[in-house]
Design a protein around this ligand. Structure first.
Ligand code: CAA
Length: 393
């Protein structure tokens, strides 16, 4: 067993998304507005839309299967599943994934919830497990389908995606540094009562709450000995829409007195925005989709560079921390596959999107089967005696 100072972090990181997509031009046409409000104003081009036989489990399993294909499941004794869009009030979505992937029984599996923040809680818990025993490997899955009411202002900021990452000692991708800054505030900026499948949000208030949390978390990070902003090379923010990360980074640069000009600031975050621009919001997964995007799309060699992370979950809990990209990281990326995952989605029109959105609440409490729609490796087959059924395709 190594001491607490052994490097710990992310050894592998994989992406999945839903298999339909809606170009936001379709939504702009429906509302009769200029699409540049979406393309430019909020920085989103498309959003992933789940087919009727996809959900957080199918996407999470698709992401995690890539990790297991490379590393196997031996020695993974903890699976943490982070989500806002849980599919059962009691059973963890992670247990469904554990079964679908044929993982062994000697594993603790649990689901974590705090809006968009809980994947970062899972990462921190995973670091603790590995710090206690360096033989441990922890599989973290973050998976969400972001849904707002039809015809609401949140509608263009929906989306769907999942990430899975493996936390180990001597990490191959990104070492996570120990100092963090935290900020919690009991507010109602975004929330979802048990009887709703779509989130409630006070949009403008949520933007301000996000930025205030960033200031609070940065303040604590610095007071605990965290590095100053000029020692951080790239930044990765929670991205409910990509323009939010731009606003956040500008705010952080302003409050810290950074002397970088606008182009230099953009260069620190641009690559992290590329994939989220096409998936839309993926709540818990979004910041780690941003990390995949940064590692895959940034043309600079990031080995040895420090990344600053800001994770925000409405309600609200947030955390700021840093990580160091490891030498040889490029060989571990799945750039071509991830580009194909985005490019290979089936574009749908507004009417199809609307029907799928309404379908989520169509059947309650009865047995039903879903039609085969997803081309993905796992599908949600329906409900039998109140139990969700999943299949490997
Ligand atoms: N061309 C270019 N830009 C345009 C434009 C045009 N034709 N028309 C409008 N814009 C710009 C506006 O100027 C504005 O830019 P700024 O914010 O830089 O001023 C931007 O487009 C958006 O316009 P509005 O503010 O008028 O848009 P809206 O009132 O419809 O609301 C929103 C936007 C608040 C983001 C809304 O979509 C929403 O509520 N989304 C969900 C909540 C959310 O994502 N909050 C983020 C923080 S909370 C969080 O992070 C947790 C989470 O995941 C939800």
């Amino acid at each position: 067993m190594t001491g607490a100072s052994a490097p710990i972090g992310i050894t592998d990181l994989a992406f999945a998304t839903a298999h339909f997509s809606l170009d936001l031009q379709q939504l702009a046409d429906h509302f009769g507005i200029d699409v540049n409000k979406y393309y430019v104003g909020i920085g989103q081009s498309e959003m992933s839309v789940a087919t009727a036989d996809e959900d957080i489990v199918t996407m999470g399993a698709e992401a995690a299967a890539q990790i297991l294909a490379r590393h196997g499941s031996d020695g993974i004794r903890t699976l943490l599943f982070a989500t806002e869009s849980g599919i059962d009030q009691s059973k963890s979505a992670g247990v469904f994934v554990h079964g679908l992937l044929g993982m062994g029984p000697n594993c603790r599996v649990v689901e974590l919830k705090q809006a968009c923040y809980s994947a970062t809680a899972a990462l921190q818990f995973a670091l603790g497990v590995v710090a206690r025993d360096s033989r441990e490997k922890v599989l973290v899955i973050a998976s969400d389908v972001a849904r707002y009411a039809l015809d609401s202002s949140g509608e263009p900021t929906q989306g769907a995606a999942a990430v899975a990452f493996l936390v180990t000692a001597d990490p191959a991708l990104v070492e996570i540094e120990p100092i963090t800054g935290l900020h919690t505030d009991d507010i109602h900026d975004f929330w979802r009562p048990n009887y709703l499948s779509t989130a409630l949000v006070d949009g403008k208030y949520s933007l301000g709450a996000y930025l205030r949390s960033l200031e609070g978390a940065w303040g604590e990070f610095r007071s605990r000995g965290g590095v100053d902003i000029d020692q951080i090379d790239r930044f990765c923010y929670h991205q409910p829409f990509t323009k939010m990360a731009v606003k956040a980074h500008n705010r952080l640069c302003t409050i810290t007195g950074s002397d970088l000009d606008a182009d230099q600031r953009r260069a620190q975050i641009d690559a992290s925005l590329a994939m989220n621009r096409h998936t839309g919001n993926s709540y818990t997964a979004s910041i780690y989709v941003g990390l995949i995007s940064l590692l895959e799309r940034d043309e600079a060699d990031l080995a040895g560079k420090r990344i600053g992370f800001f994770s925000y979950g409405s309600g609200s809990v947030s955390e700021l921390f840093t990580g160091i990209v490891q030498p040889g990281y490029r060989a571990l990326l799945r750039d071509a596959d991830d580009r194909q995952r985005l490019a290979g989605r089936t574009p749908i029109d507004y009417a199809r999107y609307r029907a799928l959105h309404e379908n989520v609440d169509a059947v309650q409490g009865e047995d039903y089967e879903t039609a085969v729609e997803t081309p993905g490796p796992f599908r949600f087959a329906g409900v039998v005696e109140h139990a969700r059924q999943y299949q490997r395709c």
